[in-house]
Design a protein around this ligand. Structure first.
Ligand code: SF4
Ligand code: SF4
Length: 297
């Protein structure tokens, strides 16, 4: 049995991550490092310390507990922090929090068992998300196969940076639906903003889409509309062209969610741009126009 990886959380009653009512397992760790990441808590493979300055009551117990001298006056010195989490244990307000914990296969299956009646009546199931679930291919295969044995619908949300061979051998047989994120089509810009080339992602999408058309696991392309990154005229035009070339006729356009700022700051990050508002209806309409010949879901 594969070692259980870290997860951020198991979210219940989600209506946003696939059909029906779903439980969503957010895995920790991602091979990409998008500078706008909406789920910054899922980026790193290791446990992290989150600090919510707004919830700090300045009780001072954490400063005393910190043997590394990394805490001072409501501030975490990330260079010094050893992630021992002693401060979390003494924080009276919950301002300090550990991000990441190990969840066993048995725990996730227990959750699925409990929610099965809701999945059944709503057409829902379990979604694996992240971070990037396929970073833990062996565990993922075991988990999804166990969920299928329970009769639970499974959905994979992926950035597409994985070994296709490994995915097809270990995971694909147990996935009912794939939501596949397409980000920046220009390779140089993808390297700059996402930390690596997009070549593997695009090749994997093409391969999975071909299989999907031939009766394999259905794959839906998703594009998160990130101002200054994915939602530029050039990128949306290039994305539509790429999807058309792959034979795709459906796409999901996801709204920009400015709440990522606050999450990134709590982990000690500095947001790469300052847009703190949602997309306007005009911006959404402009983005959709590039996909006029697609079914936009
Ligand atoms: S692929 Fe997704 S989870 Fe990974 S860094 Fe990019 S936005 Fe974040
Ligand atoms: S996690 Fe440990 S080292 Fe880091 S601030 Fe808390 S007590 Fe200090």
């Amino acid at each position: 049995m594969a070692i259980a990886p870290l997860i951020v959380e198991i979210k219940g009653n989600s209506l946003d991550d696939g059909p029906g009512i779903r439980s969503v397992v957010f895995f920790k760790g991602c091979p990409l490092s998008c500078d706008w990441c909406h789920n910054p808590e899922g980026k790193e493979l290791h446990v992290e310390l989150a600090f919510d300055a707004g919830a700090c009551v300045h009780a001072g117990a954490c400063v005393k507990a910190c043997e590394a001298g990394a805490l001072d006056a409501g501030r975490v010195d990330r260079e010094r922090c050893t992630r021992c989490m002693l401060c979390v244990e003494v924080c009276p307000s919950g301002a300090l929090r550990t991000v990441g914990r190990q969840a066993t296969l048995a725990e996730i299956l227990r959750v699925a068992e409990r929610y099965k009646p809701f999945y059944r009546t709503s057409g829902g199931g379990v979604t694996v998300s992240g971070g990037e679930p396929t970073l833990h291919m062996e565990f993922l295969g075991e988990l999804l196969s166990a969920l299928k044995a329970l009769g639970v619908h499974t959905l994979l949300e992926t950035c597409g940076q994985f070994s296709l061979e490994s995915y097809l051998a270990r995971v694909d047989p147990y996935v009912d639906q794939v939501y596949f994120d397409i980000k920046i089509l220009d390779d140089e810009a993808h390297r700059r903003h996402c930390g690596s080339s997009n070549a593997r992602t695009l090749a994997n999408f093409r391969a999975l889409h071909v299989r999907s058309v031939a009766g394999g696991t259905p794959v839906l392309a998703r594009i998160a509309l990130i101002p200054e990154r994915t939602a530029t005229a050039e990128n949306l035009e290039a994305a539509a062209r790429f999807l058309r070339d792959c034979g795709a006729s459906r796409v999901a356009l996801l709204d920009y969610n400015p709440l990522w700022h606050a999450k990134a700051v709590k982990l000690g990050g500095t947001p790469c741009f300052a847009r703190s508002s949602w997309l306007t209806p005009e911006e959404r309409a402009r983005a959709r126009a590039y996909f006029a010949d697609f079914e936009v879901v």
